[in-house]
Write a protein that binds this ligand. Sequence first.
Ligand SMILES: NC(=O)c1ccc[n+]([C@@H]2O[C@H](COP(=O)([O-])OP(=O)(O)OC[C@H]3O[C@@H](n4cnc5c(N)ncnc54)[C@H](O)[C@@H]3O)[C@@H](O)[C@H]2O)c1
Length: 340
Amino acid sequence: MKVLIAGGCGFIGSNLAIFLKKKHFDVYTLDNLFRKGSQYNLKKLKKHKIKNFRFDIKNLSKKKIGNFDIIIDCCAEPSVEASKNDLDRVINTNLIGTYNLLKKCIKDNSKIIFLSTSRVYSIEAIKNLLKDKILKKDIKLKKEINENFSTKYPRSIYGYTKLASEEMIKEFSYLFNLKFIINRLGVIAGPGQMGKVDQGFISLWVWKHLSKKPLKYIGFGGHGNQVRDVLHVNDLNILIYKQIKNFNKIYNISVTAGGGKKNLISLRNLTKVCYELTKNKINFKKINRTSSYDIPYFCSSNSKVSKLYKWKPKLSILNIVKDTLKWQIEDYKILKKYLD
Ligand SMILES: NC(=O)c1ccc[n+]([C@@H]2O[C@H](COP(=O)([O-])OP(=O)(O)OC[C@H]3O[C@@H](n4cnc5c(N)ncnc54)[C@H](O)[C@@H]3O)[C@@H](O)[C@H]2O)c1
């Protein structure tokens, strides 16, 4: 089976490309290497004899790259904060990029798997879950958010582009009989993630501890009590593999998938885990001000996806942090260029 992974030199795309190649798929990637660190992932892909088509996804219709059975759309600017400023690039990459892939799917009769996000859900509705609870203490809430949760605005420009792409995929499916799967993902982490302040916090936390550099608790009073569920990228690879294998039976669905309540962690508790593993104590600055796009809490419900695919996350937060640390130690010198 011939697969194209758009955004395939990114964190998720490159992990998935190598995983599928090892399962004997004929894998290609499309990536313009915009993300710092994508060059590093490209070298790994080359070792696995995976070819990358290097160009901006907005120019896809002008390029001849062959036909594919399945296109997996991992191509996006995935930072909520970046989506506040760089509007042209975010809309072109996240929304027009998906449109271009959809046109190609229709022309070549390919199926599509779209990597969407938990950020399609309403910021206000998520905040309301905590009611008047302040974030001075640990959040005890364990409510899992499923596909039926409100997607009412505001969601962030990033969340909007992903939700708009989801809707466009469904319209294309209705009109042209396109077969699709949409995965609304919570936080994904693991080796290969080039963490930065506004995206990829597990990788960022581990790196700052390893290199003994300071960090900031940003927003919600600066206490570090905001919480996310985290899924290991290997668990996501297994899910997408199952989706490809079952595509003829299970399609035109939208599912939420994430680490779930067993894999919930606050920034403060992540600091404890990083300290335990590195024995490095680093300084923290408190930034009181909260970004209008930030949310205090997210936890994915895997009910629907688990029933459909008999899948659930196997790897714990500790596994995720340990694997990220192992990777960063192994490639420390090279990664300084991308993670410092
Ligand atoms: N990482 C997460 O926690 C997470 C969570 C939910 C959803 N997602 C979604 O998963 C997908 C992959 O995320 P990721 O974390 O791997 O991001 P990433 O930034 O690591 O990867 C995206 C890749 O797309 C490439 N790219 C960006 N703009 C491009 C353009 N105009 N043309 C061609 N290539 C371009 C980048 O160079 C990069 O290699 C995204 O769609 C994201 O919205 C990620």
